[in-house]
Design a protein around this ligand. Structure first.
Ligand code: GCU
Length: 137
């Protein structure tokens, strides 16, 4: 299986800005989505076909869950993935879903479902379902 990291700040942002004022992010920053339903991030990813793990790295400095709908190639894989409070905007955790990916291009989208918007999003890590060749004898 291949592991690939896709930053949020270089993905397609719908309602939100790239910021860097809370430490601990990877890359050049993170996405602060608008505090509104419908804001989110869309990533263009490449994968081998199979069952993949999608890990969304986020921070939520509030005490309230900020759920997001996760779609893969337009199909909902989780209608309300939980992004619970992490204790501080500079404390980052990962929320994980499992999804079936096809070989090649796959579009992964995270969209806020409530008026508070989503968490701050740092990156998406895809661990695809490709088979790793066995070591040579
Ligand atoms: C604060 C925080 C932002 C965060 C926002 C929110 O303003 O500094 O990084 O995005 O709260 O509630 O979404």
């Amino acid at each position: 299986a291949a592991t690939t990291v896709y930053e949020a700040e270089t993905a397609t942002i719908t309602g939100g800005v790239v910021e860097s004022n809370h430490a601990g992010f990877s890359g050049s920053g993170f996405v602060n989505g608008d505090n509104a339903a419908g804001s989110g991030v869309q990533w263009s990813t490449q994968a081998a076909a199979g069952t993949a793990t999608l890990r969304f790295r986020f921070a939520n400095g509030t005490a309230a869950n900020r759920p997001m709908r996760i779609t893969v190639n337009g199909t909902v894989v989780n209608a309300a993935l939980a992004f619970a409070g992490t204790g501080a905007w500079s404390t980052w955790q990962e929320a994980t879903v499992t999804a079936t990916l096809r070989a090649g291009a796959n579009t992964v989208q995270a969209t806020a479902t409530t008026a508070t918007g989503g968490p701050n999003l740092d990156r998406l890590t895809v661990v695809d379902g490709g088979t790793t060749p066995p070591p040579a004898p």
